[in-house]
Design a protein around this ligand. Structure first.
Ligand code: NAD
Ligand code: UD1
Length: 334
């Protein structure tokens, strides 16, 4: 089976490529390298000892993409912009890349008669929790333009399926992906100052940053700091394969990919210090605007529907993040 992966050179893409290649799938990666590089693909090939087809292109370039996907059986669509703060400043870029880009992809798929799709959505589509844990039936009320682009695409996919129910679509709503491949060759490679907790802590531990700002310690959680559902990137990548394998029947189904277990900022700091044997100095800073106290999944539908559940622990997440950070102190070059 030949899979077309948009955004396959990115953080989630490279880990998904490794799992797919190891399972014997043929791959065509399509990426414009706006947040990645050919080096990431070289590392995927080195981990697996297998090769893939790499095509450098933008998902908004419909003709190039149409030609690139010829002969593929299914698509995993990961290409997109993902920084919440930037999406508030540049909403048009986000709608153009994430929504217009996806429309181009869907048209190209239709013309090529490829109707099997796994789409990267985000738990961010739920917005502020009305009830926890989040089930897939929770209302969808994203609170920022990035989340809106994911919701709009989800709605497009639901409309597409209603119009032609031969499509086979799974929408994956990721919680907080962290960690790295155990080889330490691929991992998250943020440009500039990381927005997210785990890469920030890793940079403090390696000495690139002096201390962590803990955004608020007065939330109604067990230690006052924000609680999230962190999921190991290898578990997440394997979820894509389970989703593909489950796509035998026509459908358009959303699925949470999370562990169901929430950890606080201070839980993560402690676990990371243990894994790295490094101090992670921190100060308590004001709450980050827009943050919420707790956010975690009910992952039971994924188990029931695609026979997937996360197997890696918080210790694994911290150890593998540290291993990647230690081996690539400045990330890998774009
Ligand atoms: P990433 O930035 O590492 O990877 C995205 C890849 O897409 C990059 O290689 C980038 O070069 C490519 N890309 C971006 N725009 C493109 C375009 N117009 N044409 C072709 N390629 C393009 O991000 P990631 O963390 O791997 O995220 C992958 C997907 O998962 C994104 O859609 C993101 O919104 C979604 N997601 C990520 C997270 C997370 O925390 N990492 C959480 C929820 C959802
Ligand atoms: C953020 C995004 C979300 C995205 C997710 C991907 C926002 C509002 N949401 O979620 O859309 O899907 O990343 O993983 O940006 N924290 C600190 N200090 C830091 C960084 C973070 O204390 O320097 C705290 C935050 O307040 C939060 C927790 O750590 O309680 C996790 O933060 P982060 O990694 O940014 O993820 P989310 O906010 O859950």
């Amino acid at each position: 089976m030949k899979i077309f992966i948009t955004g396959g050179a990115g953080y989630i893409g490279t880990h998904t490529c490794v799992e797919l290649l190891q399972k014997g799938y043929d791959l065509v990666v399509y990426d414009n390298f706006s947040n990645s590089s050919a080096e990431a693909i070289r590392r995927v090939e080195s981990i697996t000892g297998k090769t893939l087809t790499l095509i450098i292109g933008d998902i908004r370039d419909e003709d190039t993409m149409m030609a690139a996907m010829e002969g593929c059986d299914a698509v995993i669509h990961l290409a997109g912009l993902k920084a919440v703060g930037e999406s508030v400043e540049k909403p048009l870029d986000y709608y153009d890349n994430n929504v217009h880009g996806t429309l181009c992809l869907l048209r190209a798929m239709k013309i090529n008669n490829i109707k099997t799709l796994v789409f990267s959505s985000s738990a961010t589509v739920y917005g502020n929790p009305i009830e926890l844990p989040f089930t897939e039936r929770h209302p969808l009320q994203p609170t920022n333009p990035y989340g809106q682009t994911k919701l709009v695409v989800e709605e497009i996919l639901r409309d597409l399926y209603r119009s032609d129910n031969s499509w086979k679509i799974i929408i994956l709503r990721y919680f907080n992906p962290v960690g790295a491949h155990p080889s330490g060759l691929i991992g998250e490679n943020p440009q500039g100052i990381p927005n997210n907790l785990m890469p920030y802590i890793a940079q403090v531990a390696i000495g690139r940053r002096e201390f962590l700002n803990v955004f608020g310690n007065d939330y109604p959680t067990h230690d006052g700091t924000g609680v999230r559902d962190y999921i190991h990137i290898v578990d997440l990548a394997q979820g894509h394969i389970k989703a593909l394998e489950a796509l035998e029947l026509p459908q358009c189904t959303p699925i949470n990919l999370g562990t169901g277990q929430g950890y606080s900022v201070l839980d993560i700091v402690k676990a990371f210090s243990n894994a790295s044997r490094k101090e992670v100095p921190y100060i308590i800073a004001p709450r980050r605007p827009g943050d919420i106290a707790e956010f975690y999944a009910d992952p039971s539908f994924a188990q029931e529907f695609i026979q997937w559940s996360a197997s890696k622990s918080l210790e694994d997440m911290c150890r593998d993040t540290w291993n990647f950070q230690f081996k690539n102190p400045d990330g890998y070059r774009l």
